[in-house]
Design a protein around this ligand. Structure first.
Ligand code: FNR
Length: 383
């Protein structure tokens, strides 16, 4: 990571700001306002998105001295695979609204940095195209469990056939949240047309539409997509359906209650992502970091606990790991990097975050991310 200090960013001139807040401001300035609003926006009054950041602000790091941090080890082991760092790119749908190369550019950047990419079901490029772009890079697949069993089975099979290593099942978005920015800008009808690549290329979906999907029946295909997108009637009893069809690790995303985490373990799942979807689903939910300790306490010894919602800096990663996460997912920041500078922008965001993490590990007196524990943290005065 010292490369960034030695050589500067990309040969001396930073292509983009190094801080994630400045990156967001630049994205707001430069990107299409509706596309920016979709990425930046959250549910309702956006109080949960704010709570996500505030939860990090309340926990403070207590640096330690004289602990030999000359060599740092950022690596973690997840599901039997050693990863370079505890960072993954979380699933973000419809990425061609940010850049024409969308998920393909993200896959290439992630592979170059050896960071796993989690591909969304609602992507603008297909499971197979993204696998090809990512080459040897590690990749996971995120399932939005559709309202049709054969289609769900088909997505999962395609992901397996294309070398996706883990299945992330997002449970919190069977119903799209109340998102005023998108509603006020009448943006959703446009968005719907660009998150359908996996559906339109799917043999089961094609059969449901009947005719080959083209310009003439596109609107009808999108209407069918909208009907099938999510299944609000799912319960814990449905999980065996997936367990029987996916041999690799299954991770449930969107867990916020320790009892739900226990049920995930009882159902034979392998991991959970403590997440509130970046505040985009339930306005009024707690900051995601506040939900993490209880989940880690309940299932940390049975499941791999991951975290997202509000990661913006190296110290945020350290705080989440200290509170029991094994690794974290990044959302909006890499989407902004993509919008501002394509593949190079995504790489820039990954490199900055990992350099910040490495340096903050050193300055806080911690050599190994795998050894971080809650006693590293204190609570800000007044809380
Ligand atoms: C998301 N997220 C998301 N999650 C998921 O499981 N499938 C998806 O298709 C999407 N799509 C999506 C689009 C956009 C524009 C955003 C901002 C987020 C949620 C994402 O994976 C993650 O949970 C949050 O983004 C994490 O919060 P931060 O890092 O954005 O604060």
């Amino acid at each position: 990571q010292n490369e960034i200090y030695r050589d500067g960013l990309d040969g001396g001139t930073p292509i983009l700001p190094t801080g994630m807040a400045a990156l967001e401001r630049l994205a707001q300035e430069r990107l299409d306002s509706r596309a920016f609003g979709y990425v930046a926006g959250s549910a309702g009054t956006e109080s949960t998105a704010r709570a996500n950041l505030e939860a990090f602000g309340r926990r403070r790091i207590v640096p330690r001295m004289l602990r030999d941090v000359a060599v740092r080890d950022l690596s973690v082991e997840l599901f039997g695979r050693r990863l370079r760092s505890p960072l993954l790119l979380g699933p973000v749908g419809v990425l061609t609204i940010m850049h024409p190369e969308g998920e393909l550019a993200v896959a290439r950047a992630a592979a170059a940095e050896q960071v796993p990419m989690i591909l969304s079901t609602a992507s603008s490029h297909s499971i197979e195209q993204v696998a090809q772009a990512g080459g040897e890079g590690p990749r996971w697949y995120q399932l939005y469990w559709p309202n049709d069993r054969d289609l769900a089975a088909s997505f999962v099979q395609r992901a397996h056939d294309s070398g996706y290593e883990a299945l992330v099942v997002t449970l919190d978005t069977h119903t799209l949240g109340w998102r005023p920015r998108d509603l006020d800008q009448a943006y959703l009808p446009f968005l719907y047309g660009i998150g359908v690549a996996n559906y339109f290329t799917d043999p089961v979906f094609q059969k449901l539409v009947g005719d080959p999907i083209g310009e003439t029946n596109r609107d009808r295909a999108i209407a069918i997509w909208a009907r099938l997108f999510g299944d609000p009637s799912l319960t814990w009893d449905d999980l065996p359906f997936l367990r029987e069809r996916w041999q690799g690790p299954i991770v449930l995303k969107g867990i916020q209650h320790p009892d739900d985490a226990r049920r995930a373990a009882d159902a034979g799942m392998d991991g959970v992502v403590v997440s509130n979807h970046g505040g985009r689903q339930v306005d009024g939910a707690a900051g995601a970091l506040d939900a993490l300790p209880a989940v880690a306490e309940a299932v940390g010894d049975r499941l791999t606990v991951l975290f997202d919602s509000g990661i913006r800096s190296g110290s945020d990663v350290i705080k989440a790991l200290a509170l029991g996460a094994k690794a974290v997912l990044l959302g909006r920041p890499y989407a902004y990097g993509l919008g501002l500078a394509g593949q190079a922008g995504v790489r820039h965001v990954i490199r900055c975050l990992l350099a910040d993490l490495d340096i903050t590990m050193a300055t806080s007196g911690n050599a190994r991310v795998a050894d971080l524990s809650p006693d590293l943290l204190t609570t800000a005065p007044g809380h």
